[in-house]
Structure formats: structure tokens, C-alpha cells
Ligand binder design. Structure first.
Ligand code: UDP
Length: 481
């Protein structure tokens, strides 16, 4: 337990996928470590975001401070990509963040600032107010290494990364296949690439980096952060692997759709249901949706599928998640799909209680876009995966899950490049849900589950890393006074 008076401000960048991990971290610091936590979030009109805020930010030591919405329409055009948009929104919000912190007078001003991965430009505000500053990256250490090493790769490599014939080398870490680079690295001429390199540099200017991973999962990369001299020349900050931090299940509310869904799950055999979801904002093309529907149907395996209307771009719903109803087969699914699969599966419109679903004993597989939160929720529940990366750092996650950890299968093609056809989908579903190979994968993921739970037990590596972080805070605050 730390001094009750420690007041931590955490900055969340726009987007539900960013808000959730920040709230989870805030919750942990407030509940387990007695800190007072103020989370600064962009004001939102999304009903799902409001619901998430209500569920995750209700603890006694936790305050939410809403930053007024910013208008960035004059700063973007139709080609501005998601990461560039987020960075512009954060930049435009900086004056509001500054006045929010300045407005908290003596005794009420936060002692330290934790910025999420897109908000490190706010470090200057922390410096102005003499606050130690940390960055929280709720992704893998491998991704952090790539991002922080990007300023070096930027100098070393000519031409597009995706056109390289050799994997990209990061000292002490596993190399990265050109086709796996994070989305902002795909086009080096785009603004979001320049933003990524800037952020990679800024991560090192803070007092430490909190990462939502654990020692046992990413031993090699984490060791490189600490001990590889070439990497340490670039990445000087201390890294704290404090994960897996995941959401607790939502309270069983009066929401009838969820209630019915959980009742349906209760009636299914153990590990028999495949859960299909593409995160808070992932969308598929019209053609791909049809193939996925047919693949699920012909596999004859049970499923719950969180369905969104088709979109042209893979992160089409990132800023616009909302809840909806699931009446009738939507016109973008094969005609009669709901009728034919009514004894096999359920579709849920837009949003499902994912944590409850993945922790339900009837769930035996997860077809996922490999967002890191979804990945951790699956690993922590010992659920094997079909990995279907769409955007952000998801291709890296998919490679780690399928090829390094052996807890997933993946399509032969990259789903954002080519349509995965129904036959291949059927095969992957059968492999995970009903095959000898699937059994081995299931055994492996259950080992990872044990290692995840060990890390967050008292005395576990992540609990110790969190304590080390809090000690560092104390030392820095003592030096300040
Ligand atoms: N999520 C959910 N219901 C849904 C879709 C997503 O509860 O229908 C939650 C999921 O449990 C996870 C988060 O939203 O905590 C998605 O984060 P992730 O990093 O997996 O993907 P992103 O949305 O950032 O792409």
C-alpha cells in the first residue's frame, strides 16, 4: 500500500479501445494501491463509451474529468488515417488538458502523470507542473520495441518497410516480417508514420514505461529492454511489465439481450461455442462478411458472432461504436442465415459482453482481430484463437499468437489484403473447435493462462513490477520536495 495522498492523473486518448485499458489501470491503482486517480477523457456521445465509463470508473478513489470535445474537421481530409486523427485530436486537446491540471489548486493537483500511448505530447505539461511522467502502453512489449526503435529504422532503411526483402531487426528482439509492421508504418509518406516515429522518440523522454504484458510471456523482449546494450542506447527508460490487466466482467444488469445470451451460453456444452468479434471498431468488407457467415454455417460449430455492417476500411467503426438490436437477418448477411443457424448460434449487433463470454465455460474458441485487450482476455481465460488481424499492431499480435506461442491458427492470406473464403474459414473453425490439433492448441493456451494468473498473484512478476513502479514514483516525488 502506498501513501493515501498519492494522486495520479491518467490521460486517455480518444477511442473506446484506448479508454478501456486506461480505466482498468486506474481502477487497479485506486483499488489495490490506495491511490487517488483522476482519468482525463475526451467527452463522448457514444452510449457504449458512457456505459463503459459507468462500469469501470465508479470506485471511490476514481474521478473522471471530461475534456471538452475538439473540432478537428479543418485539420483533416478524407484521407487522414486513424492514428493521425487521434494524434491531432490529442494535440488540439492539450490546452484543455493543461488548464484542467492548472485548475486543480494546491493539494488537489495530481502528483504524477501517466499518459496513454498517444498522449505523450502532454509530457511537457507534466514537466511544467513538476510532475514525474510515465507512459502506459496497453500492448505487447514487442510492439513497444518496434515503436521505440522506429526512429532508428527510419534512418537505417530506405524505401517502404513493406517492400523490404529481409525482416526488420531490433537488437535483442525477435525480428519483424515486413508485412507485419504496424499500420502507421505501412506508408512512410503518410502523416501517421511521422506521428508514430515522434511518439517512439517521446516514449523515452518519460520516467518509465508501463506495459500490459508479463515476464513469462515476453521474456526475450523484456530482457532486451533491460540488458541489450544496443537497444539501451535508444530505449533508456525503465520498463514495467504489469499485465495482464483486463476488465472484470460487467455486472449482470437488466439488459435483456445480454441476459438471453448468457442463458443461451449456459445451455451449451463445455468449450463448444466459438466467439467471433473484431473488437471495438473492426469491420469487414461486404464480401468478407458473406464468406464468414457461410464459413460459420458450414462448419456446423456453435457460435456467438458480434456483427457490424460492412465497411470499406477495416477500422471503420473505431470512433462510432453504438449499440443496436439484432432483429432478423440483416441484409448484408446471406439470405435466411439466421433461420438456418438458429439452433447453432447467435448474432449480436455491434457490442457483446466479451469478458463474460470469454470466461464462460461453454466458450471454446475465439475468432479475433487480435486487439491486445481481446488477446489478453482470451489468454487469461485459456481460450484458443483464430487470429484475423485488421489494423494497428494486430498483425504482430497474430504472429506472436500463432507462430511463437502456438495458441492460435491463422488464415493463409492477410484478411485485409484478400478475402478469406468460406472453405478456409470452415477448416479453421473445425481445427480449433473439433480436431486433435485443436486439442494441443487448447492445452498450450491453458499453460499460458496459468502463467498469466501467476504473474498477477501476490509475489508474481507483474505485482512486483507495479510495486517497483510505485517505488520509483515515491523516490522521484521525494527528490522533488
Ligand atoms: N469489447 C466488448 N464487446 C465487444 C467488442 C469489444 O466488450 O463487442 C471489448 C473487449 O472486451 C476489449 C475491447 O473492447 O476489452 C477491445 O479492445 P481490443 O484491444 O481488443 O481492440 P480494439 O477495439 O482496441 O481494436
Amino acid at each position: 500500500m502506498i501513501n493515501q495522498k498519492l494522486h495520479i492523473a491518467i490521460l486517455a486518448s480518444p477511442g473506446l479501445g484506448h479508454l478501456i485499458p486506461v480505466l482498468i489501470l486506474g481502477n487497479r491503482l485506486a483499488t489495490d494501491h490506495g491511490a487517488k486517480v483522476t482519468v482525463l477523457v475526451n467527452k463522448t456521445s457514444s452510449s457504449v463509451e458512457s456505459q463503459v465509463l459507468n462500469n469501470l470508473a465508479s470506485g471511490p478513489n476514481m474521478d473522471i474529468l471530461e475534456i471538452p470535445p475538439v473540432n478537428i474537421s479543418h485539420l483533416i481530409d478524407a484521407d487522414t488515417k486513424a492514428v493521425a486523427k487521434i494524434c491531432i485530436m490529442v494535440r488540439e486537446a492539450l490546452p484543455f488538458i493543461r488548464s484542467a491540471i492548472a485548475g486543480m489548486k494546491d493539494g488537489h493537483r495530481p502528483d504524477i502523470l501517466i499518459s496513454d500511448l498517444f498522449c505523450t505530447e502532454a509530457f511537457s505539461i507534466a514537466t511544467e507542473f513538476n510532475m514525474p511522467k510515465y507512459v502506459y502502453v496497453p500492448t505487447s512489449a514487442w510492439h513497444v520495441a518496434l515503436k521505440m526503435y522506429s526512429p532508428v529504422l527510419d534512418k537505417q532503411i530506405e524505401g517502404q518497410y513493406v517492400d523490404q526483402t529481409e525482416p526488420l531487426k531490433i537488437p535483442g528482439c525477435k525480428s519483424i516480417r515486413p508485412e507485419d509492421v504496424v499500420e502507421p508504418m505501412v506508408d512512410r509518406n503518410d502523416q501517421q508514420y511521422r506521428e508514430l516515429v515522434r511518439m517512439g522518440r517521446e516514449f523515452s523522454t518519460g520516467d518509465g514505461i508501463l506495459i500490459n504484458t508479463w515476464e513469462d510471456l515476453e521474456q526475450v523482449t523484456l530482457e532486451a529492454f533491460r540488458e541489450n546494450e544496443s537497444l539501451r542506447e535508444v530505449i533508456m527508460s525503465t520498463v514495467y511489465p504489469i499485465g495482464p490487466l483486463t476488465r472484470p466482467g460487467e455486472p449482470k444488469g437488466p439488459n435483456r439481450e445480454n441476459h438471453e445470451l448468457m442463458e443461451w451460453l449456459d445451455m451449451q456444452p463445455c468449450e463448444s461455442v466459438l466467439y467471433v468479434s473484431f473488437g471495438s471498431g473492426g469491420t469487414l468488407s461486404a464480401e468478407q462478411l458473406i464468406e464468414l457467415a457461410w464459413g460459420l454455417e458450414i462448419s456446423q460449430q456453435r457460435f456467438i458472432w458480434v456483427v457490424r455492417p460492412p465497411a470499406r476500411i477495416a477500422d471503420g467503426s473505431f470512433f462510432t461504436s453504438g449499440s443496436g438490436s439484432s432483429d432478423g437477418t440483416p441484409d448484408y448477411l446471406p439470405e435466411g442465415f439466421l433461420g438456418r443457424t438458429k439452433n447453432l448460434g447467435l448474432i449480436v449487433s455491434q457490442w457483446a459482453p466479451q469478458v463474460e463470454i470469454l470466461s464462460h465455460p461453454s466458450v471454446g474458441g475465439f475468432l479475433t482481430h487480435c486487439g491486445w485487450s481481446s488477446t489478453l482476455e482470451s489468454l487469461k481465460n485459456g481460450v484458443p484463437m483464430i487470429v484475423w488481424p485488421l489494423y494497428a499492431e494486430q498483425r504482430l499480435n497474430a504472429t506472436m499468437l500463432a507462430e511463437e506461442l502456438g495458441v492460435a491458427v491463422r488464415p493463409k492470406v492477410l484478411p485485409t489484403k484478400k478475402v478469406v473464403d468460406r472453405k478456409e474459414i470452415e477448416e479453421m473453425v473445425r481445427t480449433i473447435m473439433a480436431s486433435e490439433k485443436g486439442k494441443l492448441i487448447r492445452e498450450r493456451v491453458k499453460q499460458v493462462k496459468i502463467s498469466a494468473l501467476d504473474a498477477i498473484q501476490e509475489g508474481g512478476s507483474s505485482v512486483n513490477a507495479m510495486r517497483d513502479f510505485l517505488k520509483d514514483v515515491t523516490v522521484r516525488l521525494n527528490m522533488r520536495s
